[in-house]
Design a protein around this ligand. Structure first.
Ligand code: DC
Length: 227
């Protein structure tokens, strides 16, 4: 049996990974695996049980029964944690910080490898995985690897606008400060820190419109398919 084509899209928060991955998945009819959402589900489940985010023994129990699935509907990639639609609940600022904390635990990362790989390998045509360590750890042999980044101010502005549309009044300075903290935690952790794979194509979305980013990645996928 041949493996589905694997596209790894890594990069920091706010670089446009989610938007780009969703558009690309639709255009190519590929399965989308939002790996950040999986870490967010672990954090949500642990938080609901009142666990400390560094309590490895209890986190293991959270991971034991963890089932996460996705369902794309229009523009929204719905995330289900054990059957419950948690698409909104996992994206609160509190759960974002909690996700960053659980994601620094080696046991959590190790235990989620299998789930991420299974979700991707079950894809019919191909899979797009967006995250931080897809091209370096989860699928070091991915067919296409992209590292998408943008300057911190632009990323914070995009996030600010997204939150504003949802009714948040959080000042942009605070959005930037929280983003900087997450960037630091994601890049400085010992296991699988955020970094570009040496063979990843680096795309800077500071000036490049996201539609152009999608086009460039689609071209990479199509030329890989032809090869
Ligand atoms: O992409 P996101 O913001 O939804 O990710 C949530 C957190 O999970 C983020 O702090 C980084 C972490 N993460 C990770 O460590 N590895 C991944 N492959 C994806 C996300």
């Amino acid at each position: 049996m041949t493996r589905p084509l694997i596209v790894a899209i890594d990069g920091p928060a706010g670089a446009g990974k989610s938007t780009v991955s969703k558009l690309l998945a639709r255009r190519l009819d590929f399965t989308l695996v939002d790996t950040g959402a999986i870490y967010r589900c672990v954090a949500l489940k642990a938080g609901r049980q009142g666990l400390a985010y560094d309590d490895d023994a209890r986190l293991e129990k959270v991971l034991d029964g963890l089932t996460v699935s996705f369902h794309v509907e229009g523009d929204v990639n719905h995330v289900f944690l054990e059957g419950e639609d948690v698409s909104e609940a996992i994206r609160t600022p509190e759960n974002s910080l909690a996700a960053s904390q659980v994601s620094s635990r080696p046991i959590v990362r190790a235990r989620l490898l299998d789930l991420q790989r299974r979700l991707a390998l079950a894809a019919k045509h191909g899979a797009i995985l967006e995250g931080r360590d897809i091209g370096t750890v989860v699928f070091p042999d991915a067919d296409v690897k992209v590292f998408l980044f943008a300057n911190p101010e632009i990323r914070a502005r995009r996030r600010f606008e997204e939150l504003f549309q949802k009714g948040s009044e959080k000042p942009i300075g605070q959005v930037l400060a929280e983003q900087n903290r997450r960037d630091r935690e994601d890049s400085e952790r010992e296991v699988a820190p955020l970094k570009a794979a040496p063979d990843a194509v680096q795309l800077d979305s500071t000036e490049l419109p996201l539609s152009e980013v999608v086009q460039r990645i689609e071209d990479l996928v199509l030329s890989r398919r032809r090869a």
